[in-house]
Design a protein. Sequence first.
Length: 170
Amino acid sequence: MEQRLTLREFQAKLAERLKAVAERPGEVAKLGFVAAGQHWLVDLDQVSEVVTVPHLTPVPWTQPWFLGVAGIHGMVYACTDWAAFMALPADPPGNEIRLLLANVRFGAYAGFRIDRALGLRNAAGMRRLPAVEGAVSWETARFEDGDGVIWREVSFDRLLAEPRFLQVAA
């Protein structure tokens, strides 16, 4: 039977792996996650934390993809449903749903609801795919791993400056 980790254990193991990866030059580690059945990558320095989804307070007259706001560590985070924002069909909710918090150095307290955090992925071991014509500016690359899984890399820095993302009013 698969061993289940508490969020605290997951975060501790992730921190250990981050430290180990930082000590190995030449490796490009990214955080992998799943949302709407697709695989995504984001640079580790663009994420501050992965947390369980707290109580969300809805905000009236906002876009359907805007989930509301949540108090996390004494700060108010604006929370977005990643699948809905991407206009992708959502998977049925599971018990691994998390909130991926963007690094506050971007000047915004933003959280993204994802289906599952997958931990570290080494993009150096993946094959970079050609750019997709018409891709959004914040999708920086696509990769294919050894199992044929396509990974889409995103830049929270670019996403948080995207006019469509900033316009949460309906």
